[in-house]
Design a binder for this molecule. Sequence first.
Ligand SMILES: Cc1cc2nc3c(=O)[nH]c(=O)nc-3n(C[C@H](O)[C@H](O)[C@H](O)COP(=O)(O)OP(=O)(O)OC[C@H]3O[C@@H](n4cnc5c(N)ncnc54)[C@H](O)[C@@H]3O)c2cc1C
Length: 721
Amino acid sequence: MNKVKLAFLLALVALASAFVYFDVAQFLTLDYLKSEQHSFNSAVVENPALSALIFFVIYVVVTGASLPGAAIMTLAGGAIFGFWWGLLLVSFASTIGATLAMLAARFLLRESVSRRFSSHIKRIDDGVEKEGAFYLFTLRLVPIFPFFVINLLMGLTKLSVPVFFVVSQIGMLAGTIVYVNAGTQLAKVESLSDVLSPGLLFSFILLGLFPLISKKLVDFFRSRKVLKKWDRPDTFDRDVIVIGAGSGGLVASLIAATVKAKVTLIEKNKMGGDCLNTGCVPSKALIRSAKLVSDMKRGANFGLGEMHAEFKFEDVMERVQRVIRQIEPHDSVERFESLGVDVEIGEAEILSPYTIRINGKVLNTRNIIIATGAEPFIPAIEGIEQIHYLTSDNVWELRKQPERLVVLGGGPIGTELTQTFNRLGSNVVQVEKAPTIMTREDPEISEMVAAKLREEGVTILNGCTATKVEVVAGEKFLICEGESNERIPFDELLVAVGRKANISGYGLENLDVSITERGTIEVDEYLRTNYPNIYAVGDVAGPYQFTHTASHMAWFATVNALFGTFKKFKVDYSVVAWSTFCSPEVARVGINETEARIAEIEYEVTRYDVSELDRAIADEEAQGVVKVLTVPGKDKILGVTIVADHAGDLIAEYVLAMKYGLGLNKILGTIHIYPTLAEMNKFAASEWRKNHKPEWALNMAERYHTWRRGTAVQPGVESVS
Ligand SMILES: Cc1cc2nc3c(=O)[nH]c(=O)nc-3n(C[C@H](O)[C@H](O)[C@H](O)COP(=O)(O)OP(=O)(O)OC[C@H]3O[C@@H](n4cnc5c(N)ncnc54)[C@H](O)[C@@H]3O)c2cc1C
């Protein structure tokens, strides 16, 4: 730091120290203002110019040095100088002070911060270049952040000083008016009855409503800004167009039709999207067949002797298609049209926030809901393009069973398919670059699944990154590097390393719809994109990529699109559950231990071992755990992981409990049918209760019983006679 900077910094520190040392804050209170109001008013009458100058300078120093007290001084401006003079003085003093604070931050910090966080600052600078003035304006208008923070932050950007000054002056004006006006009313309070005067009440109501009104104003300005370059039709042919007939789009269009809105649903491929055609439904159908094969292999455990499933792989894969066909009518064009949805089959292209082209026609609409889903992500692996690799999109077309299958990816999809193909008789190697599979779960849970897969004959290679596919004399190999260098021969390679949102090729680029760093469409808490009438739901927006979260989001987006003028609803992710349908299943709601530690949330763990459960023993499924995280000393549930047969169904009880704030005591006090797997939920609650039993009350009870029996009190000593 050079000498000038150091001197400047020291001066600021001295000023702040003096502020604290002389307890200047005591003069910046409402009480002080009231007690000295008469002397202030007399000073203004005697020498108005000097009083105004002193007030102005103090205001500039307080805001310029980012000292606390600006709000009370604004009230004082109104109380001492009246509305118009107070407004004039505060408006300019606050802007000058803010500009000085911004310049001070720029002078002291920008260089060093830019050096350390160059990429971040570059991104902010790019944003500021594009939208800086507007952002500053909205920050000024909606006082979510204290103004001194905004001043300091803007100092780190390269927003020009004149723009900062003018935008601050205009942006802060509304707030200044409200506060100065409240100050003028405060000045009139002489007695208790004045407190209830209409003027004062109105000013306080204005103070309270100001953040709300300013937020509405910002919404309005933001909408106008983004929509102004597009021609808005005078009338609309429909209320909403939904793009994509997967889990999100189907539910969105159904809700719209149910509330009598005019809705068009556009699908370019198959109705039902990924879930029905290439995701949940086929995978669960295949998992079921594979489970039966696995159960038959364990026939001896059931007292049935050696058993062996005779089957043709192609028949199993045909059954998967039959299941899809059986469910298809639920999502069909006919069904949706009968429910009042106009369905168009073809590729949608967004032309403007109000128009969409489909099959050469241009449809107009008041709102758009994007539900275009995601697709398998294919990593850059040298040579992968020379083979026909499998993904969750095309694996369902297989009719010849791969003898040697490599599954790339240890996430839920990779793990489900690894176990399934292995159970159906393929030799499966699962490759995962992380140290464990199922990295989202606690290590002990991932290890339980991995142990089960290994026990069934899967080879899992952790810490192994696939770098190359080689084809030598017709034989295919996957080269992996990491903890061990591997050259794995295979017949088929299934790539399941994650899914990327479908965000290109249908017009988002032309509209400049904002995209997150994760490559999903950016949405706010109401699921709006940066266009107020364009919403996004499901995999294309995230953060979760499940069927049930897509349909959950669809409700919020549709209701906000259709009725947001009256009331908007924030999407609620407070209790989200999911399951991986391997055997045993792994289901979760809320946080796990790993997440609790990262978020520094205090927790207590209660475990119930599923191998103890009567029904699980009877079913030959006695494996797994119920792991419950609670607030220390309380039965409030923070999260639950269940590893067990049917865990995906069993977790529902905990989902309900968390959603409605029911604790473990309530679960313990609920009758569960014997013998069921659901009892494991109650037994986990019972474990928690045992760990929290009131020792003092039990001691008292023991004494009471002993006294009733007429024997001596000897806690802990059993009487045999
Ligand atoms: C193998 C696998 C197993 C899974 N298992 C489960 C599970 O057990 N449970 C679970 O909850 N989730 C599961 N999922 C995830 C689930 O399938 C997705 O989260 C869900 O389908 C997302 O729904 P969506 O509406 O966002 O998108 P999708 O279902 O993908 O639908 C998007 C639709 O948009 C269409 N579309 C795209 N662009 C356009 C355009 N320009 N014009 C017209 N139409 C367009 C597409 O053709 C597609 O039909 C699984 C996924 C996979 C791959």
